[in-house]
Every structure is written in C-alpha cells, then in structure tokens.
Design a binder for this molecule. Structure first.
Ligand code: FES
Ligand code: FES
Length: 183
C-alpha cells in the first residue's frame, strides 16, 4: 500500500492589495486617499475624509440623503464609486457655505422659509436645489418639484423648499422694454 503523502505546507498566498491611490478634489481642496475600487464616494467622504454632511439614508439610490454635486450635477454618492470621481469637482454641503461660515444663498433661503425639518435630508435637498437653479435659474413650480423628486422627505418640507426655490429664482425674462413698446 503506497504511503499516504504528507500534506504539503504551501505557504498561504499573500492577499493582493486592492488599494488604489486616488486624488479627489472636494470643496476645492485636493485629498489623496488610498481606497479600494469598490468604495463608494459616500463612504469615502464620511469615513476617510471626515465629511459627514452627506448622509447614508437608504444606501441604495432611493432617498437622496447622500446627494452631492459632481461637476455641479446632483448625484447620489451612495451609487457613485470614489475612483470614478478622480479629476472631477466634488461639492458637499460642507463646501457650500463660504469659509467663515456665511451661508450659501440656497441655505439661507431654506432657513428663511423654514424648509428644514428632520435635518437628515436637508444637505441633499440643498444641493439638489443648488444644481437645479444652476441649470435652470427660473424654474416653474413643476420644475422645482421635479428637481427635488430624487430627495425623499417624509415630513413634508417640500412646500417650504419650493418657496425657498421661488425666492431664489431669477425673474423669468420678459420682452425687452423696446419690444414691449412695439406695435
Ligand atoms: S443614501 Fe444614497 S440615495 Fe439614499
Ligand atoms: S427633512 Fe427629513 S424627512 Fe423631511
């Protein structure tokens, strides 16, 4: 009977590190971070950079609490991989107010119109409004509602947020005085 071979003691393979070094531009400042490609931007902002303004609500693209601006467009950071954001401008709620604490006009309007209730959703709502007004400076009520439709609020701050957006909206351009006087 052949001898039973001794079990070989193969050395445990060293786990391959998946860490990658990326440079993220957040609120105008560069951050070099080591992360795995699977890390979401939300986790990276909160856990690696200490920027906790973007909130983990559902973590699956349904609530909008994690909204940030990526090149001025509102996106869900829970559905965005951090490695995809290299070279792009990331703005979180922390970057919306000026250094020194002066509120952005969007934040100021939300305060003045009492548009914040639980507060957990407010950073995302403020950034969604910021993005809406940047691409459409004089939105209709329907457009405001659609602009906020990705930010779920169960307490019903929508009417107050709409009032804030109305207050910020540039007047709809009308006919020039010369054109109005024609005829
Ligand atoms: S936490 Fe990202 S959409 Fe809810
Ligand atoms: S502001 Fe958070 S549920 Fe309405």
């Amino acid at each position: 009977m052949p001898a039973i071979p001794e079990p070989t003691t193969a050395s445990t393979p060293t786990p391959q590190t998946l860490q990658r070094r990326v440079r993220l531009l957040v609120n105008g400042a560069p951050y070099d971070v080591e992360l795995e490609p699977r890390h979401t931007l939300l986790d990276t902002l909160r856990d690696d950079l200490g920027l906790t303004g973007a909130k983990p609500g559902c973590n699956m693209g349904q609530c909008g609490a994690c909204t940030i601006l990526l090149d001025d467009e509102a996106v869900y950071s829970c559905l965005t991989l951090a490695v995809e954001c290299e070279g792009r401008a990331i703005t979180t709620i922390e970057g919306l107010s000026a250094v020194g604490g002066e509120l952005d006009p969007v934040q100021q309007a939300i305060v003045e119109h009492d548009g914040l209730q639980c507060g957990f959703c407010t950073p995302g709502q403020a950034l969604a409004l910021k993005a809406l007004l940047a691409r459409n400076p004089h939105p209709t009520d329907d457009e405001i509602d659609r602009g906020l439709s990705g930010n779920i609020c169960r307490c019903g701050a929508y009417l107050k947020l709409r009032a804030a957006a109305r207050a910020l909206a540039a007047p709809t351009p009308g006919p020039s005085p010369a054109a109005a006087g024609e005829g």
